[in-house]
Design a protein around this ligand. Structure first.
Ligand code: NZQ
Ligand code: ZN
Length: 402
């Protein structure tokens, strides 16, 4: 998106520019939302590829419910199970074969971000005439082949994959974890969100998902110096997340808290709050590089580097870090320097992260000293934040995270 620049006393800064906005995913939210699957399925042909992960959907009953609806709608089901957290390129090739061989009309993903991301990857790759890893992930090209429509039944909250074009695939041989943000034609056609389905997520995954949401918001918030509506929306989303996550931590079956978190996760990364923002994404870039080397849980790769990253970057975007401290963490500014206010905000964020039980250092994820240079080398450097990092600075941040 084109960002307008205006000259100010502080130099050039972004201001809300002109943009087009469309989110084509239809959402069905709530305890009975699965019933919407009947109508949705009627929009597509008979051949449905049912994609899911390692079996949690069988244990919590949603598999039986979905299969029952598919049968009631007289669909032919082609199952593709075993999508692993951080789906691999090998699994993608396998899925492409199933989709092509059976000429499926719809890919129905039932699971978390990994399952939804994988479904989108198969959707664009099944009819790709060259290696989809090279074309869509390494070279990040636009899709110019047939796309199979995707629908999602979400069971894990965090990624926002249910309402965006993101699809992250890991290539362990090449030690690369790459996310392609595809266009609106690849967004899920529909997504079904029942907060009750998230009750069975194990605590480690649950809190990793909570931090993934926080990180998505911060990656977009910590950019630009203009007065931007998106920032006000994000401060509200952050406050809601902090409030509800504390409730969910004590009682994971609190419907109100879990539904608020589910809704916040969707808004955090359904592209709305990115409008008018240059956006940072360096925590995710470092986190993805760590993921390629360790296969660690996505949200924990972010929590483990976030404090070191934000403490490093704060001096370059002090005004926004001050705003964050006051508007999100209720830091009282009177009698304090900007730096003190910003530091207090980051301190409160760190205490909150510890309260959730997040992983706070990369050694806990299996990263060792001798891996730091390679991880820094594999980190893709983005330019939308307050400071474009060089190799040495990434190593320093990793060093401070170990
Ligand atoms: O495999 P199953 O049996 O389904 O178990 C999963 C998995 O072990 C389990 N789980 C999911 N729902 C459950 C449940 N267990 C019990 N009850 C339930 N209701 O949780 C584990 C983790 O699932 P996963 O889908 O891997 O988690 P998440 O949703 O965090 O997805 C992570 C993937 O999404 C990518 C990440 O990089 C990672 O590959 N991301 C995608 C993004 C996007 N599309 O925009 C953006 C994100 O930043 C992220 O990069
Ligand atoms: Zn994320």
């Amino acid at each position: 998106m084109k960002i307008c620049l205006k000259q100010t006393q502080k130099g050039m800064m972004a201001m809300l520019g002109n943009f087009s906005y469309c989110n084509p995913t239809k959402l069905h939210f709530g305890e009975q939302s699965i019933q919407a699957l009947h109508d949705e399925l009627r929009q597509y042909g008979k051949r449905v590829m049912l994609v899911y992960g390692g079996g949690s959907i069988k244990r919590n009953g949603i598999y039986d419910e979905v299969v029952g609806i598919l049968k009631a709608e007289e669909k032919i089901i082609y199952e593709d199970a075993g999508v692993m957290p951080n789906p691999t390129v090998e699994k993608l090739y396998e899925g492409c074969k199933i989709a092509r061989k059976n000429e499926v009309d719809l890919i129905l993903a039932v699971g978390g971000g990994s399952v939804c991301d994988y479904a989108k990857a198969v959707s664009v790759s099944a009819y790709c005439e060259e290696d989809p890893w090279d074309k869509y992930y390494l070279r990040m090209e636009d899709v110019d082949n047939r796309i199979i429509p995707v629908g999602c039944v979400l069971t894990m909250v965090g990624t926002g994959s249910e309402m965006n074009g993101g699809s992250v695939i890991t290539n362990h041989t090449q030690k690369k974890k790459i996310g392609h943000v595809f266009g609106e034609n690849v967004f899920p056609k529909f997504s079904i969100l029942n907060p009750v389905l998230t009750f069975s997520i194990p605590k480690y995954q649950m809190v990793a998902g909570f931090f993934d949401i926080m990180s998505h918001i911060l990656e977009q918030y910590f950019s630009g110096e203009d007065d931007n509506t998106s920032d006000y929306i994000m401060e509200g989303l952050l406050r809601s997340l902090i409030h509800s996550s504390r409730i969910a931590l004590k009682n994971p079956m609190d419907y109100e808290a879990r539904s608020n978190i589910m809704w916040t996760a969707t808004w955090a990364l359904n592209t709305l709050v990115a409008k008018g923002k240059s956006t940072d994404w360096m925590v995710h870039m470092i986190g993805q590089a760590i993921g390629a080397y360790t296969d660690a849980t996505h949200g924990m790769t972010l929590s483990a580097v976030s404090m070191a990253y934000y403490r490093f970057i704060a001096p370059y975007g002090l005004e926004k870090f001050k705003k964050y401290a006051i508007n999100v963490w209720d830091v009282v500014p009177q009698g304090k320097t900007d730096r003190q206010i910003a530091d207090e905000g980051l301190g409160r964020m760190e205490s909150y992260m510890k309260e959730l039980g997040l992983v706070m250092n990369i050694s806990e994820l299996g990263v060792t000293q001798n891996m730091l240079e390679d991880i820094a080398d594999s980190t893709f450097v983005m330019q939308g934040g307050y400071k474009e990092l060089n190799h040495g600075e990434i190593v320093e941040i990793l060093q401070n995270s170990i």
